[in-house]
Design a binder for this molecule. Structure first.
Ligand code: PMP
Ligand code: GLN
Length: 387
């Protein structure tokens, strides 16, 4: 065979950095603060509900758009938290995680030659999916330490070729939380250029310091132009269940459902019912989640600071970005490949979230969705190593 087996759109991407660092972490039995997956499970009563649903069924294929109980719970949640009305029948599509939601949305609307604007640092799924759709990416850089939206550069990136912009809010990896004004400005540009906004809002319930999450669905200019993608993975600490969804106006939803039916057809029946139950949990669940993560955020932030790293307090999500230059290191990739062996701790080199990797090479991402013991041990090892 004289042509490469791998689709040329995928060739530049290689194996994800999460897989790579996890393997190194395992080799050295490191405290793993790399991939954003909790080292604890969500509540037992949600698991018990899932077990009950499995025993009772449904265990066969379900409606492609997801079971009605889950779509109802999502619609109710959008009203409860954001005062947004979402139609259960026509505006919600349940997907296998936000990952499939992103894929179904982008594949549902993009054609070769379309332009997609990505704000970098970006979550690693976006560029390969754009590439698979044969779309061209325009990158707009948010610069640390504040990661503000550069409005002039953003406006210059829009053109009549722009089909969509992806906004990850709260943002992974830098923890930025977009303001209503910033989102309204994006809405203004989308309207001006007749473009769509794809919101990745998987960390919507992890917004700290009394700030509120602003969903794209609540921006008037975007209500009919937005695809809002979220997931139950982070909120209920069940990342392996892969229950996500896409919210969009009925016309836009048709595009998502068109591609979703050919990707997975439908998601996981019994687990969808368990997540309907979880989403409906009382406010105390959500406030306790935020309190717990806020405590972990401050613990990791202070600990990394004491270890000598220059750190940025994230406004949302569950990652802390650290600048390694304060400890005399230059380059994140070498640093993160050395750290598990030398310090017994694993973290993600943040330059992987930039197109031009020289941009983010001073940053390393540590995550705090870990037990207090894990975080304590990680900090202890880092302090010992940097001393
Ligand atoms: N978007 C972002 C920004 C993420 O960080 C993640 C995963 N951690 C996902 C999407 C994927 O979500 P899911 O596990 O529901 O596919
Ligand atoms: N979203 C998780 C993170 O940023 C990783 C999920 C994945 O491996 N795709 O760490």
């Amino acid at each position: 065979m004289n042509r490469s087996i791998i689709n040329k759109a995928l060739r530049p991407f290689g194996t994800t950095i999460f897989t790579e660092i996890n393997a190194i972490a395992k080799t050295y039995n490191a405290v793993n603060l790399s991939q954003g997956a909790p080292d604890f499970d969500g509540p037992d009563y949600i698991k018990a509900k899932a077990a009950e649903c499995i025993m009772r069924g449904p265990n066969q294929y379900i409606a492609s758009e997801g079971i009605v109980e889950l779509r109802r719970a999502i619609a109710h949640k959008m009203k409860r938290f954001y005062d947004v009305d979402v139609d259960t029948e026509k505006e919600i599509t349940v997907t296998s995680g936000a990952t499939e939601g992103l894929y179904a949305t982008m594949m549902g609307i993009l054609e070769p030659g379309d332009e997609v604007i990505l704000l970098e640092p970006f979550y690693d799924t976006y560029p390969p999916v754009a590439a698979l759709a044969n779309a061209n990416v325009r990158y707009v850089t948010l610069r640390g330490p504040q990661f503000e939206l550069p409005e002039k550069e953003l406006a210059a990136a829009f053109s009549p070729k722009t089909r969509a912009i992806v906004i990850n809010n709260p943002q992974n990896p830098c923890g930025k939380v977009f303001t209503r004004e910033e989102l309204a400005y994006i809405g203004f540009l989308c309207e001006k250029y007749d473009a769509f906004a794809i919101g990745d809002e998987v960390y919507e319930h992890l917004v700290f310091d009394g700030k509120n999450h602003v969903t794209l669905m609540s921006i008037p200019e975007l209500r009919e132009r937005a695809f809002v993608i979220s997931s139950t993975a982070k909120t209920f600490s069940m990342t392996g269940w892969k229950i996500g969804y896409v919210l969009a106006s009925p016309e836009l939803t048709k595009a998502v459902r068109m591609s979703h039916q050919f990707i997975t057809f439908c998601g996981q029946s019994a687990l969808q019912e368990a997540m309907a139950f979880a989403i409906d949990l009382p406010d105390t669940f959500y406030t306790e989640l935020l309190d717990t993560y806020n405590r972990k955020r401050m613990f990791l932030f202070e600990g990394l600071k004491e270890a000598g790293l220059n750190v940025y307090l994230p406004e949302g999500a569950y990652y802390v970005m650290a600048d390694i230059r304060s400890l005399g290191f230059e380059e994140d990739s070498t640093f993160c490949r050395m750290l598990p062996e030398k310090a017994g701790v694993a973290a993600i080199p943040a330059s992987y979230f930039w197109k031009d990797r020289t941009m983010g090479k001073e940053y390393v991402r540590f995550c705090f969705c870990k037990t207090d013991e894990t975080l304590k041990e990680g900090i202890l090892r880092l302090k010992r190593f940097f001393e």
